[in-house]
Design a protein around this ligand. Structure first.
Ligand code: 2NL
Length: 354
């Protein structure tokens, strides 16, 4: 591969060196990018196989006194090519940087893209408000399972099999012996009584299920919040005081309240708790059926049999309990006329609560 250097004289070698330089400089000048410059560097100055190295092999055949002279020319040529390469590299480098800077420009004055912000569902927001208020009275929030048993959903709540009161809850059953979808969150309270000892202040929000024909007031899935307080000497006076405070916190301090007799198998006595109609404040209103009152929850003193089923001695402890439909509360707070919108998932509805 190595070519035998031919016999050359000083003038020829000098001319060839200068020709090399004169050929290299315009090519360096017009190289398009750093990669092309790298290739030219190797082509002209490469230690092995570079054009300059090739010519320098001729130096050995010159007379000794000519060698330093040609050395000077070699250095001139190398320096000229080297300098041209360095300058061209600088230009190509800053051109590349300029191009990158131009391409990556950020306009800090451009308007920001709008962030689509989520929000709590009105059911969730209402549950949070209710648990916040009762939290201030010392109630702790618990959750129970949605698939329950006949024992905890009915029997331990003083609703035996074939009891006529079962007609009040049109139950959805699970294909598993004794299992059902809870019709209220009360079975969760039974679980709390089994897990804790008095004093108990428990709040139980959650999804419930009933086999219903759906209309503006009924859905087969809905939410409840139940409360349970068990302690020595707990009385109906405690129930009344805490529920009135709750109504004032949720609907405003001036809200009128009343208790009426009610019926539940798991409480005795049982009551219905009404607030003065928020729409009219008096009789003759379509929102409250002309009475001027709206029922917001049911409550009562926990039946002694239910305390017993919960493992609590009814001779020593008494309790009150209440339950409210979350949709109903949310509808009153936001003026929503139909329960079906809560589970439709229609963004036009949900976006109003941002
Ligand atoms: C309603 C009425 C109520 C209860 C729920 C309850 C739970 C236990 C013992 C006794 Cl473990 N009672 N819960 C009591 C009275 C009423 O709910 O209409 N809710 C929507």
């Amino acid at each position: 591969m190595e070519e035998q250097p031919g016999i050359v004289d000083l003038a020829t070698l000098t001319a060839e060196l200068r020709a090399l330089r004169d050929a290299a400089l315009p090519r360096i000048e017009s190289a398009p990018d750093l990669a092309a410059l790298e290739a030219l560097d190797v082509e002209y100055l490469g230690r092995k196989g570079g054009a300059l190295s090739g010519l320098m092999r001729g130096i050995g055949s010159l007379p000794v006194e000519d060698r330093p002279r040609v050395g000077i020319v070699v250095n001139e040529v190398r320096e000229a090519v080297d300098t041209a390469l360095a300058e061209a590299r600088q230009r190509a480098g800053s051109a590349a940087l300029d191009a990158r800077l131009a391409a990556e420009t950020i306009d800090v004055t451009a308007p920001a893209r709008r962030i689509s912000r989520g929000a709590l569902h009105p059911i969730v927001e209402t549950i949070e408000r209710i648990t916040e208020i009762f939290g201030q009275f010392g109630f702790v929030t618990y959750e129970g399972p949605e698939v329950e048993t006949d024992a905890t959903n009915f029997q331990m709540l003083n609703i035996p099999p074939d009891h006529p009161a079962r007609d009040l809850w049109d139950t959805m059953y699970v294909d598993l012996e004794g299992a059902l979808l809870r019709t209220h969150t009360s079975p969760g309270q039974i679980r709390v009584m089994h897990a804790e000892r008095p004093p108990i202040r428990a709040l139980l929000p959650g999804r419930c299920f009933r086999y219903e024909a759906t209309d503006a007031a009924h859905a087969s899935e809905f939410f409840q919040v139940e409360g349970l307080m068990v302690d020595e000497g707990t009385s109906l006076a405690d129930l009344k005081g805490q529920l009135v405070e709750f109504a004032h916190a949720l609907f405003g301090g001036g809200t009128a309240t009343r208790f009426r007799p009610g019926y539940y198998p798991f409480t005795e006595p049982s009551v219905a708790f009404d607030i003065g109609c928020l729409v009219c404040g008096g009789p003759g209103c379509p929102a409250c059926g002309q009475s001027g009152w709206m029922t917001i929850l049911g409550a009562g003193m926990v039946h002694p049999v239910v305390l017993q089923y919960g493992g609590i001695d009814p001779e020593r402890y008494q309790g009150f309990a209440f339950g409210m439909g979350v949709e109903r509360i949310a509808m009153l707070r936001h003026g929503i006329p139909d329960v079906r919108v809560f589970l439709d998932g229609d963004l036009r509805f949900l976006e109003q609560f941002r």
